[in-house]
Design a binder for this molecule. Sequence first.
Ligand code: FAD
Length: 131
Amino acid sequence: MVDINRIPGLDYIRKRGNLCIGAMYAEAALERSDLIRTKYPILADAIPLIADPLVRNRGTIGGNVAMAIPATTSAIMLALGATSSRRGEGAHHTGEPVLQRALLDCPRANEILTEIRIPAPPPRSGGATPS
Ligand SMILES: Cc1cc2nc3c(=O)[nH]c(=O)nc-3n(C[C@H](O)[C@H](O)[C@H](O)COP(=O)(O)OP(=O)(O)OC[C@H]3O[C@@H](n4cnc5c(N)ncnc54)[C@H](O)[C@@H]3O)c2cc1C
């Protein structure tokens, strides 16, 4: 078993055209992000609906996508057209649609998910989550 929490450089959020989120970025940090609140309000609405603060403090966006739970975050990632990157021994795959193999999205045993990319929503688009 490998604790990937200790791998440096996977805990970031930045906007370069697309929104890029490192796989180890915590759900609680997404919830507090001004970038998410202003540019991706559907995510800002949805993240606080996940479990409770204890889960969101430990849960990561990479773990969420790797598990491909057919719940809040997965549905929103699909709707926003998110893609993921994974890296393993000598291989680096990028730009794969998130959850394209629903419920089988975990990378292979020798790979980890490294980044989620979400394109900028088109003009005049919006979203809502059930309250
Ligand atoms: C009570 C409860 C309620 C929840 N409710 C919701 C909900 O309503 N909506 C929702 O979307 N989610 C929900 N979740 C899921 C939660 O938000 C986390 O996404 C989930 O628990 C994953 O947590 P984690 O990042 O610690 O991953 P872990 O639990 O550490 O890992 C989960 C799996 O993914 C693998 N994995 C983790 N990171 C990577 C990576 N970078 N690369 C490859 N494989 C990886 C692990 O090996 C493991 O198999 C809930 C969880 C709990 C416990």
